[in-house]
Design a protein around this ligand. Structure first.
Ligand SMILES: [Mn+2]
Length: 306
């Protein structure tokens, strides 16, 4: 009998929603730790950079992991936070301190205090997070399960799928296979839009590449596969989209990252995106998994942001 897990989507500093969601799932708080008699949590990453209570959210998640009550994988925001802090040996940092990158990270740095003891502790925890979990009966990754990218990145990871010191540096070297693999796994695959089209994303950045619904077998054209275009997807041509990213395995995979809109629902029988835009007035979402191989919409549990 596999362990029972409640997989929780991107928290992004919404500690209040996290406490309420854990209560809904039957966890009881004792000395700051949320426990369930039979179940544990898995967090899909993206704990920081937005939201009002980033330190409190981190403390809950890290505390549960340290106590063996939860597991977690790394999100792109944790990957970026580590790169921001890591010198590149040439006077800069692995993640350049550009205006755009600073803007993305400033709420976290302000709330936790860049260089503080809490900041150093958070970075040590981020470093300890695996890129993916491959457990009996279920898989968890922040953005995209892709065996080709996982094999490419394996040389940068230890046997527990955590970045090694060298491996983290390699995965931050733009243009290398390791860099591209980390992008696919932590930020999701993107494809160029047809006919030189572009759009502006939720942060106002101009983009020519678009994220795709790699978990959806029906997503076979640009129009049906594209996401994150704020409704503009419907104006894309219905031309066939050929990619190698489609998830065809039967083992259920859980992930976050995609800022899905509307009331949380199950993506697919073997794939569940649990990010329903908590940081944009949406929902913090969990899937209550008890070993089933076919996922059920009845096991989606969520709370609205207060
Ligand atoms: Mn993300």
């Amino acid at each position: 009998m596999p362990d029972k897990f409640d997989i929780i989507g991107d928290i992004h500093g919404h500690a209040d929603a996290l406490r309420r969601l854990l209560a809904c799932l039957g966890y009881q708080e004792l000395d700051g730790l949320f426990r369930h008699p039979e179940r544990r949590v898995i967090f899909v990453g993206d704990f920081v950079d937005r939201g009002p209570e980033q330190l409190a959210g981190l403390q809950i998640a890290k505390g549960m992991c340290d106590a063996g009550l939860a597991l977690a994988v790394m999100g792109n925001h944790e990957f970026n936070a580590l790169g921001w802090a890591e010198p590149d040996g040439k006077g800069g940092f692995l993640r350049p301190h550009t205006e755009k990158n600073a803007h993305q990270h400033q709420e976290f740095l302000g709330q936790i205090g860049e260089g503080s003891a809490a900041y150093e502790q958070a970075l040590r925890w981020f470093k300890s997070l695996p890129v993916w979990l491959d457990l009996p009966g279920l898989r968890v990754i922040h953005a995209c399960w892709n065996s080709v990218a996982q094999e490419t990145l394996a040389g940068c990871l230890d046997p527990g799928h955590r970045f090694t010191q060298q491996g983290f540096r390699a995965a931050n070297q733009r243009g290398t296979p390791a860099y591209r693999a980390a992008e696919v796994l932590l930020k999701g695959p993107e494809v160029p839009l047809p006919d030189g089209r572009f759009f502006f994303d939720k942060d106002g950045h101009r983009r020519q590449d678009v994220r795709i619904r790699w978990w959806d077998p029906a997503a076979v054209t640009y129009r049906s596969a594209a996401l994150g275009m704020d409704g503009e997807e419907t104006t894309l041509p219905d031309l066939p989209l050929v990619t190698d990213y489609q998830y065809k395995n039967e083992t259920p995979v859980f992930f976050g990252h995609y800022w899905l809109r509307g009331a949380p629902s199950l993506s697919n029988e073997n794939a569940a995106c649990l990010d329903f835009s908590v940081a944009k007035g949406g929902f913090l979402t969990a899937y209550r998994w008890s070993g089933e191989t076919v996922l059920s919409p009845h096991n989606i549990v969520y709370v609205a942001v207060g």
